[in-house]
Design a protein. Structure first.
Length: 571
């Protein structure tokens, strides 16, 4: 650990490999150690000469070490530096004692560098230069007696140690290089695994978003809400704020553009440009690129086999060309297909609703015509005949005729009442909305063997069909969460409908959860998220209270001024 702190303090070593740091440490350790032993050695040299040599070798050590580190990526410069240092070390070793000099161990630095940066032939060539200069050149330059064989024989142990150490350095550097390669490969593998893990998480989030958007799209009953939902999830799935939708109004006389993030001027320019190229865009099934000033747009038509609903677009000005662009392209295609299916379904449901209304109106008209109007006409004729014969008829006959007409009128009123009352559950005493909720709760009681109390209050006629569907869905989601995730044994559901507001309360005694942490990390489950979205679609408010081990309480309040999506003339 102490070595690591030393390395961190040296700015040019921070990003270097471990073997470079070892070379750095050995060089300065060896120069200090060998200089110390050289100064206290018993050689017949003056102290001035020793100090001069120590200063020379220390200075060269600092300079050459820095140059090695700065030029480690250049093999040719490393070779040149090794040549310079080898020659310099040889000239220092000769006057400092030759084979007897302590600096012979300092010369291992060049062998260490050649072993790490160059191949083995340079390493053995380096040791050959040292041995040649110390065994052969040193006696010649210093004019010492003794031949080559004698010197080798006398210094055989030192020479052998030097050679063996070189061999060990070779083996160690080979092992270190292999370890570093494996470490780099492992780091790369780990990096890829991290990237793959992030991609898997993104894919899971993407799939969940697709599931949510599919569920929400199919539940929408308002075209405007559907378009807003399309824009919202378009931004969420593509991670792009510049999502827009252009569509014609009901009379096809004007084009409307919707986008929350684009400026008003830019929207108007886009609208004008798209109108010009409307026919060309809707004819293609693939996205079309459109450049407007400095903005680059990707547009695709939303259409079925018989109708064009509009054009969906994304601002791709800052999207990278390549993988991101391809992903955006595929996401736009998916949103286009899903939106076209949903809009077609919405259109068909509207047509189907109108047909049902028309069919019901025809049925009522036929029933009234066949049973009521015919008898009313007969009564009218009878009254006309009675009026004409009134002066010639006796009182008891007039009374009999009037009683007959009254009986016929009573029969007509009964038939008319039966026809009208047959359309309303309130007159028949059956509330299908409450019955459906109770049937679901009975199923959940039987399946999970739990206690569920249901308290409906108020006048449920105040709720429109949209509110009833949403409230039924909220109750299902709340009960499902409490049983599946909360392991609740007792649940209480209170539905109260007042003149201006409707409140729904679901309380359970389950295991609960940390609501604050869940909202902070944005990791709400699908059921809770659906309840929030359904509440928002009704312009309502929701309050979620839950603690671990304390159960969960959901309070929902919605206004009763939601516009109705059906026509009242049915009833």
């Amino acid at each position: 650990m102490i070595y690591q702190r030393i390395y961190n303090k040296i700015f040019f070593l921070k990003d270097k490999s471990e073997i470079v740091k070892i070379m750095f440490l050995y060089r300065y350790t060896s120069v200090v150690t060998t200089s110390f032993f050289y100064l206290i050695s018993d050689l017949n040299y003056s102290i001035k000469r020793k100090v001069f040599i120590v200063i020379c070798i220390s200075t060269s050590s600092v300079i050459i070490n820095y140059l090695y580190i700065k030029n480690e990526s250049s093999i040719s410069k490393i070779k040149l530096l090794i040549l310079i240092e080898t020659i310099g070390n040889s000239f220092i070793l000769i006057p400092s004692g030759g084979l007897s000099s302590p600096y012979i161990w300092y010369s291992l630095n060049t062998i260490l560098v050649t072993s790490v940066k160059l191949n083995r032939k340079y390493c053995w060539g380096n040791i050959f230069v040292y041995l040649f200069s110390l065994i052969y050149m040193s006696p010649l330059l210093l004019k010492k007696s003794g031949d080559f064989a004698t010197t080798v024989s006398e210094q055989s142990n030192l020479i052998l140690s030097f050679i063996l150490i070189t061999g060990v350095i070779q083996l160690l550097t080979k092992y270190i290089k292999k370890t570093e390669e494996e470490s780099v490969e492992l780091s790369e593998t780990n990096r890829r695994l991290v990237i793959a893990n992030e991609e898997i998480k993104q894919s899971m989030d993407y799939i969940m978003e697709l599931y949510r958007v599919t569920q929400l799209f199919t539940r929408q009953e308002s075209k405007n809400n559907l378009i807003q939902l399309m824009l919202h999830y378009g931004r969420k799935i593509t991670k792009n704020s510049g999502v827009l939708f252009i569509y014609p109004n009901k009379s096809n006389t004007e084009f409307i553009i919707q986008s929350d993030k684009l400026s008003k001027d830019l929207k108007e320019e886009i609208r004008c440009e798209v109108i010009k190229k409307w026919s060309a865009i809707i004819k293609k099934d693939t996205p079309v690129e459109l450049n407007i000033k400095s903005n680059q747009l990707l547009l695709i038509s939303i259409k079925s086999s018989y109708r064009v609903y509009g054009i969906l677009g994304i601002d791709i000005t800052y999207v990278d060309s390549g993988v991101s662009y391809k992903e955006t392209l595929e996401q736009l295609k998916f949103l286009s297909n899903l939106s076209s299916i949903t809009l077609e379904k919405f259109q068909l449901e509207q047509v189907n609703e109108e047909l049902l209304i028309s069919e019901e109106q025809n049925r009522i008209a036929n029933e009234i015509h066949d049973s009521v109007l015919q008898r009313l006409f007969s009564v009218s004729c009878s009254m006309f005949t009675t009026i004409k014969s009134l002066r010639m008829m006796k009182a008891y006959k007039i009374e009999a005729e009037l009683n007959t007409m009254r009986a016929c009128m009573n029969s007509v009123v009964k038939d008319l009442r039966a026809t009208i009352y047959g359309l309303s559950w309130t007159k028949d005493g059956v509330n299908n909305f409450i019955v459906n909720i109770e049937n679901y709760l009975n199923e959940m009681r039987a399946l999970n063997n739990i206690i569920i109390r249901f308290n409906p209050r108020g006048n449920h006629e105040l709720l429109c069909m949209t509110q009833k569907k949403a409230l039924y869905r909220m109750i299902c989601e709340g009960i499902g969460n409490a049983t599946r995730h909360g392991s609740a044994q007792e649940i209480e559901v209170t539905l109260e409908v007042k003149e201006g507001v409707t409140s729904l309360q679901i309380i359970d005694n389950g295991i609960g959860f940390d609501a604050m942490l869940l909202e902070k990390n944005k990791k709400m489950g699908l059921g809770i998220r659906n309840i929030f979205q359904l509440t928002c679609s009704l312009n309502g408010r929701i309050n979620l209270n839950s603690q671990i081990g304390m159960g969960t309480k959901i309070d929902i309040t919605i206004p009763n001024d939601i516009p109705k999506t059906y026509k009242e003339e049915v009833v």
